[in-house]
Write a protein that binds this ligand. Structure first.
Ligand code: PA5
Length: 431
């Protein structure tokens, strides 16, 4: 069976000639991942999760999600970082930005912003809403504050007993404040296995519940991931596109002195997918003063802002382009009798065609004229199956990529420092 994604390595500045140098390293790291002997190996639970997830959990998630879809106007997903980005990325990538559905999904607990929080609470005042609170640790301050506020509003609206039916929590299987809260008040609880970290958790209930509640087929999503598991299971570099991409990143960083990887897409509905990628790679690799800085743009929009820098500015970046062949929907450009805007040469053409030409023209401009290396990841269409496959591709590539740098991909010691300072300033006990 042909693989679902196609990597175009044509503009990768000599990478193909250097690939051989990576073969042995890749074999060794692959063995390390497989045998769970590398740094952070107790967080490799995501690796075969799509294959091993209990069918009963999927069944329960689907049932609860259907209940939420039937009984509520809004689902508030309350989480931050890996506890919401995967779900949001999937929901927007699959549904687009203006999707009509019987339920609206909104996000809270991902900021301390008083204005945003107040506006969401105000918006929910006359809505029938359910909450999916997601926190592995159960103590993340943004999420905990938002959940306290949401719970208070919900109970004030419907009372303790009805609120119980509207709260769905996803948290660590064995421990944490949120687990205790669920046990005490009898909220529905989904387990996040201890050996899966937040940014690798999209195939667990962390991602599955909100994605199902948004009306998408999580079984297909998991089957796509499972296929990714098999397709990216080969330790031969030439037969494993996830590893090829990881080595390309390493080549850019070490041999070509690039410090920024720019994730590029041509559909604004993939902006959150880029946010997920930025977290996945940034939090996994940015350690010990090493790693590429992941950044992102949405073309053609950002060709009118950052386009100038990319074409002509400091040569510090390369592009990783996601190109999806079939758009979710399409629009035809109409004929105009006056043609004052001079657009009749495009009449009858689809916007997808214009977007495609913008893509081709831009790669040529950036790669040939601007000497910006570009790797393109082609996907036929964005559905649950393809997205599961794609997200698994990036997760596998991320693990290989971090190990190539000799970094533990699965911890994030750097994010604790600001928290300590903030807790001290807030007067939290023990800080
Ligand atoms: O990837 C990660 O581990 C982090 O981004 C966490 O998901 C994020 O900090 C939220 O943590 P928690 O789920 O414990 O609330």
């Amino acid at each position: 069976m042909p693989e679902l994604i196609l990597l175009n390595l044509r503009h990768t500045d000599g990478f193909l000639d250097c690939m051989k140098e990576y073969e042995e390293k890749v074999v060794n790291i692959d063995k390390m991942i497989r045998e769970k002997t590398g740094l952070g190996n107790d967080y490799l639970g995501w690796f075969d999760y799509p294959n091993t997830i209990d069918k009963n959990i999927v069944f329960k998630i689907k049932k609860d999600a259907e209940f939420v879809r039937e009984n509520f106007d809004v689902l508030v997903v309350c989480g931050i970082g890996g506890s919401y980005l995967g779900a949001r990325a999937a929901i927007e990538a699959l549904g687009g930005l203006k999707r009509e559905d019987k339920i609206e999904i909104i996000y809270m607990g991902n900021t301390f912003s008083p204005a945003y929080t107040a506006q969401i609470l105000d918006y929910l005042k006359d809505k029938k809403f359910a909450i999916n609170v997601v926190s592995k640790s159960g103590t993340t301050t943004e999420t905990a504050i938002a959940f306290r506020l949401l719970r208070e509003l919900l109970i004030a609206q419907v009372g303790e007993e009805e609120a119980k039916k509207a709260i769905f929590a996803t948290t660590d299987k064995d421990k944490g404040a949120l687990k205790e809260l669920c046990d005490k008040y009898g909220y529905t609880r989904y387990d996040l296995p201890s050996n899966v970290g937040g940014r690798f958790s999209v195939f667990t209930p962390v991602g599955l519940f909100p994605i199902a509640a948004a009306g998408f087929d999580i079984e297909l999503f998991l089957i796509g991931a499972k296929r990714g598991y098999y397709d990216f299971d080969d330790y031969h570099l030439n037969d494993n596109q996830a590893y090829e991409y990881a080595c390309f990143r390493d080549y850019m960083y070490r041999k070509k002195n690039k410090s920024v990887e720019l994730f590029v897409q041509y559909e604004p509905q993939f902006c959150q997918l880029n946010e997920w990628l930025k977290q996945l790679f940034g939090e996994s690799e940015g350690k010990e003063k090493k790693g590429l800085l992941p950044d992102s743009v949405s073309f053609s929009t950002d060709l009118h802002s950052l386009g100038q820098f990319i074409q002509d500015g400091s040569p510090l970046l390369f592009e990783t382009i996601l190109k999806v062949d079939k758009p979710l929907e399409d629009v035809e450009i109409p004929f105009d009798k006056d043609d004052l805007d001079g657009l009749n040469y495009l009449q009858g053409k689809k916007l997808s065609f214009v977007n495609e030409m913008a893509f081709e023209g831009t790669v040529k401009a950036h790669a040939d004229d601007g000497k910006v290396p570009c790797i393109t990841i082609y996907l036929e269409k964005m559905d649950e199956y393809n997205l599961g496959y794609l997200m698994y591709f990036f997760m596998k590539a991320c693990a290989m990529s971090a190990y190539l740098l000799d970094i533990n991909p699965f911890n994030q010691p750097g994010v604790e420092i600001y928290k300590k300072n903030m807790f001290h300033l807030l007067g939290k006990k023990g800080y």
